[in-house]
Design a protein around this ligand. Structure first.
Ligand code: GLU
Length: 391
C-alpha cells in the first residue's frame, strides 16, 4: 500500500488534470462575477483595469470559438454610491432602487469594454420565475441561444427592481447556476474573492485545506460551507455549494476560482488554485434524463409514421406530423409522444398549449402565423427538448 501522503498527492494531480480537461473541452461557459471584484468598495466605482483584463480573457475565449455568458453582480453596489445611500445593510426597497440606478452603469461598462474589442453585449435581466417556470424558461433559453448563435455576449443579472423578497434569488451564485443549467452550459465559473472551497474557513483556521475536486455534494461538503457574505455581495460559501448542486444535477462542471487577480480566466487556464465541481454526466444527457424521468407528463401527442421516422433520425417534431393531441397541457409542459399504434416513442416539452396545438396539427409550419394570429415556433417539440425512449 502507498503511504497516505502519496495517495493524496496522486489524487490531487488527477483532480487537477480532470479540472484542466473540463476547462479545455467547455464550449459554452457561464462566468459569474461578484460585486467585490467589479466595484471598488471605497469609491463605489467600477474597477476599470480589472474589467479590462477580464474582457481580454473573454475576447480570447470568443476567438477560440467558445460561447460566453456573463452573470454580473454590482448593480446595487454601484447604485447605492451614486444615490449617496449610507453604508451598512439596506432595506429591500433601497436595494431595489439602488439596483435600478446601478444597472445602467453596469450594463454601460460592459458595453464599452467589449465594444472596444469588437464584441456586442446584451443585457438580460431575470427573475426567479424565468428560470423556474417552464413556459418562461423556454423563452429565456431560446433568447440566450439566439444571442449566442449571433456571437453576442449576454450579460445577465437578477431583475432586482421588480423581484420582491419571495420571488428573489438574492444572490448571483444560484442565479448563475440556474442560467447555466437552463442553457445547458458545459462549465460555470464562479469568480469571487475566494479561490475555492476550504475544509474550514481559512481566515480563522490555519489548518484549513482547499479541495481540488468535488464530485458530489455530500453532508461533509455542506458542513464546510460557513457563511461568508460581505456587505456588497450576498453570496457566501453556502450559496456557492447550492450553485454546485444545481450545476452538477444539470451535467454542468463548476469551478470556484479567485477573481482577485488581473486576467482571472487566463490564470484559471494556467492552473491557478481553485476547486472544481465535476459533473458525472454531460448537460445534454442530464437534460434528457430530466425530461424523460423527472417531469409529470400533462398530455399526449400522437404522431404519424413519417414523423416517427424523422424523430428517430434526430429531427424535431413539426405540427404536420401530429394526428391527435390528448390531455390539458400548457406551453412548456412535458407530454408523451406516441406512435399511431400506441407505443411511447419519447417525451418532450411542448412549445404550444393544447388549444393552440389542436389548431395547428396536420398543418405546415408556414401556416402557423395565419392560423393562430401570432408568429409561433415552427416545431411543436424541438429536438433539444425531447428525450426518445428508443434510439
Ligand atoms: N444582483 C445584485 C446586484 O447586481 C447582486 C447579488 C449578488 O451579489 O449575488 O447588485
Amino acid at each position: 500500500m502507498k503511504p497516505l501522503r502519496e495517495v493524496a498527492k496522486a489524487d490531487s494531480s488527477d483532480a487537477i488534470s480532470a479540472g484542466r480537461a473540463a476547462w479545455a473541452k467547455a464550449r459554452r461557459i457561464v462566468i459569474k462575477i461578484g460585486s467585490a471584484l467589479l466595484v471598488d468598495s471605497a469609491s463605489g466605482r467600477i474597477r476599470a483595469t480589472w474589467l479590462n483584463s477580464l474582457a481580454d480573457d473573454v475576447a480570447e475565449l470568443r476567438q477560440e470559438g467558445r460561447q460566453v455568458v456573463l452573470v454580473s453582480s454590482g448593480a446595487i453596489a454601484l447604485g447605492r454610491h451614486i444615490m449617496g445611500l449610507p453604508r451598512g445593510p439596506l432595506e429591500l426597497e433601497q436595494s431595489q432602487a439602488a439596483a435600478a440606478v446601478g444597472q445602467i452603469t453596469l450594463a454601460h461598462s460592459y458595453q464599452e469594454v467589449f465594444r472596444a474589442r469588437g464584441l456586442t453585449t446584451a443585457q438580460v435581466l431575470l427573475t426567479l420565475g424565468d428560470t423556474e417556470e417552464r413556459r418562461r424558461y423556454l423563452n429565456a433559453r431560446s433568447t440566450i441561444d439566439t444571442l449566442l448563435a449571433h456571437g453576442v455576449i449576454p450579460v445577465v443579472n437578477e431583475n432586482d427592481t421588480v423581484a420582491t423578497s419571495e420571488i428573489r434569488y438574492g444572490d448571483n451564485d444560484r442565479l448563475s447556476a440556474r442560467v447555466a443549467s437552463m442553457i445547458s452550459a458545459d462549465c460555470l465559473v464562479l469568480l469571487s474573492d475566494v479561490d475555492g472551497l476550504y475544509t474550514s474557513p481559512p481566515s480563522s483556521d490555519p489548518n484549513a485545506k482547499r479541495l481540488d475536486v468535488v464530485r458530489e455534494i455530500t453532508p461533509e461538503i455542506e458542513a464546510m460551507a460557513g457563511d461568508a457574505g460581505t456587505e456588497l455581495s450576498r453570496g457566501g460559501m453556502k450559496t456557492k455549494i447550492e450553485a454546485g448542486r444545481i450545476a452538477l444535477a444539470a451535467g454542468t462542471d463548476m469551478v470556484i476560482a479567485s477573481g482577485k487577480v488581473l486576467h482571472p480566466l487566463k490564470a484559471l487556464r494556467d492552473g491557478a488554485p481553485c476547486t472544481w465541481f465535476l459533473a458525472s454526466s454531460d448537460p445534454v444527457t442530464a437534460r434528457k434524463r430530466w425530461i424523460a424521468g423527472q417531469l409529470e407528463p400533462r398530455g399526449v401527442v400522437v404522431i404519424d409514421a413519417g414523423a416517427e421516422r424523422a424523430l428517430l433520425a434526430g429531427k424535431s417534431l413539426l405540427p404536420a406530423g401530429v394526428t391527435r393531441v390528448e390531455g390539458q397541457f400548457d406551453r412548456g409542459d412535458a407530454v408523451i409522444i406516441r406512435s399511431s399504434s400506441g407505443y411511447e416513442i419519447g417525451r418532450g416539452l411542448t412549445a404550444y398549449a393544447r388549444a393552440d396545438a389542436e389548431r395547428i396539427i396536420g398543418r405546415h409550419s408556414s401556416e402557423i402565423a395565419a392560423i393562430l394570429g401570432y408568429e409561433g415556433r415552427s416545431e411543436l417539440i424541438h429536438r433539444d427538448n425531447m428525450a426518445l425512449t428508443r434510439k
